[in-house]
Design a protein around this ligand. Structure first.
Ligand code: AHR
Length: 656
């Protein structure tokens, strides 16, 4: 009896709190800052099978036999062993970028005598009635072998087939055929069996679906690009992340090796292949089918500014921490200068011409670049100064992003923050992989940052439901709400914070190394996490100017677990108010709206919430946590908002 009475009292008290209206004030003609078009962007890294096996739609793994085990991903089947019927040949002097190929010899081969099977990246996702383009590079001295290509399901049943009769002799040729799949299968395989007699060399054995983004041959998975395009990101940071640095300098990312004809791009091991002993990925390589040209093209497609991050002459400081000798830094600096030429300069220049030859004579309009990813210490500053001088001497208006290391606090951060500000860095990149509580407690981080001088790029952040690099991290509602709360602080300080991106972006359910991640995919499907919807809601509602929003005359930065910020959008003529309730109880807000322009009496509030703080999205319930719209009334210059527990609310009101 006593117990149920106290439960009743707690319930009554909760209701009373819920019924009290907290008062807030938005002065929508009091402009606080401009919102940069770059404000909310995306961070792309080939981690978690984000590129190879992910957005890059190639279905054949190890298509050019360059993995350290040349036949990794391939199985040879034969009715009887014939020595040398399939040989891995290395022609490294003739072709350094793509030295290996296979030589196939057969005599009177029939179905079942000799075949190759490729397992794909954790299988191949194929769709019923969709066309598939198979292509191969070949060279033959004694013609006569026909290639039968078959998609097979997990039982071995053929679900799509084609035939290819290499017709020419002489040097390497490429030949393609297309065929359809008659079934949808998550983990199909590709069989190639040989018929007839002859000897043929094969390389770049490839299979792409025809439903790629914009229908580009050899392109990207359209569902994954669409999720990015829907966010309307202001920028796309690429190619990472630690992948920029490499485990050692020889495996650093070198953009020049990622452009030009696909068969000339030299594959390297992906650093996430070996990074985590608890998540080994021995078949993880970078083929660079998604190379720098494609990154620029992707940025252009989705209306985002490109933000390449280049190696600064330092390998990952968690790994080898190798640095390039100062007197050998020139090639690294030259890569940066040449990249600007590649992206922006006339087609008469060496690198502008390469861009044009790849099909894009128009400039990509590159305005900024990062020098170094998570680098730190005086060794970084020493190298950064050399890069900065060389780039600014040639391109004075070009903006550079500088690293403040791996953490948003501590000795390394303090040293870099002070030093970079002293160097008048254009933009400082800060990273935060922290618990949700950190995000709630740090929503006012930038309220007292210097207003002049270096701008901030919140370049990598994600709330960790467990801890950094734990395999138990989940993309929960709690994490998303904490990020939304923090992001109101970024928005309020848009005069200081010019860019922000969640990290990492993609993860394949069967091939991930790092969690949490913004978007999860399998071989056929993709879904946005609650964090994705937070990012998207900020980005599609970024507005053009921050306006004054207060509670008790102060910034709304977490007192009572409520967070808020407001912008106006001069183009769409809207007032947009973002409010986060991080409490476990409902909260009522009354927001007074002050300003000269008349407001509509009807608005919309978009709410992201769920009953359970641990709720995630999944392939089974991809929209369990997703935005819901409700009508809202504006009356007497006020709007009342009933915020459900743990909710992110975006109010939009037309300015008449
Ligand atoms: O986003 C995953 C990794 O986290 C990035 O590669 C690195 O920059 C950071 O440590």
């Amino acid at each position: 009896m006593k117990k149920s009475l106290s439960a009743l009292l707690i319930f009554a008290a909760t209701c009373a709190i819920g019924q009290t209206k907290k008062k807030y004030n938005v002065q929508y003609d009091e402009i606080k800052a401009d919102v940069q078009p770059t404000m909310w962007g995306v961070f792309f890294e080939d981690i978690n099978m984000g590129a190879d096996g992910g957005i890059y739609a190639e279905l054949v793994k190890n298509r050019s036999f360059e993995f350290y085990k040349p036949l990794m991903g391939w199985t040879i089947k034969r009715d009887k062993f014939n020595e040398g019927d399939i040989l891995v040949v290395n022609r490294k002097d003739e072709n350094t970028a793509n030295p290996r190929y296979i030589r196939v010899k057969a005599n009177n081969a029939v179905n079942g005598s000799l075949s190759l099977t490729n397992e794909g990246f954790r299988g191949m996702g194929v769709k019923k009635d969709l066309g598939y383009d198979f292509s191969v590079m070949y060279r033959q001295k004694s013609p006569g072998l026909k290639l039968h290509t078959e998609l097979v399901d997990s039982t071995g049943k053929v679900i799509g087939a084609g035939e290819l009769s290499p017709s020419e002799t002489g040097d390497w040729k490429k030949q393609s055929i297309s065929f359809k799949s008659n079934a949808t299968v998550q983990k199909a395989k590709l069989n190639i069996w040989f018929e007839g007699s002859g000897e043929i060399d094969l390389d770049m054995i490839s299979l792409f679906p025809q439903d790629t983004w914009k229908g580009r041959k050899g392109g990207f998975r359209s569902d994954m690009v669409q999720l990015l395009a829907d966010m309307k990101p202001g920028f796309i940071r690429f190619p990472g992340g630690c992948i920029v640095e490499g485990h050692e300098l020889s495996t650093r990312y070198q953009w020049k090796k990622t452009i030009g004809p696909i068969e000339e791009r030299q594959l390297i091991i992906n650093r996430w292949n070996t990074e985590f002993a608890h998540r080994p990925a021995p078949d993880y390589f970078q083929t660079f089918g998604l190379g720098f040209f494609e990154y620029f093209q992707l940025a252009e497609d989705i209306g985002a500014q490109p933000l390449p991050i280049l190696n600064c002459g330092m390998a990952c400081q968690f790994n080898t921490a190798e640095v390039a000798a100062i007197d050998e830094l020139d090639p690294y600096v030259q890569d940066a200068l040449d990249l600007i030429e590649f992206a922006n300069d006339s087609t008469d220049t060496k690198w502008g011409k390469v861009r044009a030859e790849m099909g894009h004579p128009k400039p990509f309009n590159l305005k900024m670049m990062g020098v170094g990813n998570e680098n730190w210490g005086p060794q970084y500053v020493e190298r950064l100064k050399i890069f900065t001088k060389a780039i600014k001497d040639k391109y004075p208006d070009f903006k550079l992003v500088n690293s403040s290391g791996t953490d948003p606090d501590g000795e390394r951060f303090d040293y870099l923050n002070t030093t970079l500000r002293g160097m008048k860095a254009d933009i400082i990149d800060e990273h935060y992989y922290r618990r949700p509580e950190w995000f709630l407690q740090n929503a006012s981080r930038y309220d007292n940052y210097p207003r002049n001088g270096s701008k901030i790029f919140a370049g990598e952040y994600a709330a960790q439901s467990d801890k950094t690099v734990s395999v138990d991290n989940k993309n929960t509602l709690q994490c998303a709400i904490a990020e939304a709360a923090f992001m109101t602080g970024l928005e309020r300080n848009a005069d200081v914070v010019n860019m922000a991106s969640y990290a990492p972006l993609f993860a394949h359910i069967d091939g991930w190394q790092w969690t949490p991640d913004l978007i999860w995919v399998d071989n056929l499907n993709s879904y946005g996490t609650p964090d994705y919807y937070v990012q998207k809601l900020f980005s599609v509602n970024k507005g053009t100017q921050v306006v004054a929003m207060t509670g008790d005359g102060k910034a709304i930065a977490g007192t009572d677990g409520i967070f808020g910020s407001a912008v106006v959008d001069r183009k769409s003529k809207e007032l947009i108010i973002k409010m986060v309730n991080s409490n476990a109880s409902a909260q009522n807000a009354e927001i007074s709206l002050g300003g000269k322009v008349k407001l509509s009496k009807n608005g919309v509030v978009t709410v992201l919430s769920a009953d359970n703080l641990n709720q995630t999205n999944s392939f089974q319930a991809p929209k369990a946590v997703s935005p819901q719209d409700k009508a809202i009334k504006i009356s007497g210059g006020k709007v009342s908002l009933a915020m459900t527990p743990n909710s992110f609310n975006v109010i939009k009101i037309k300015m008449l």
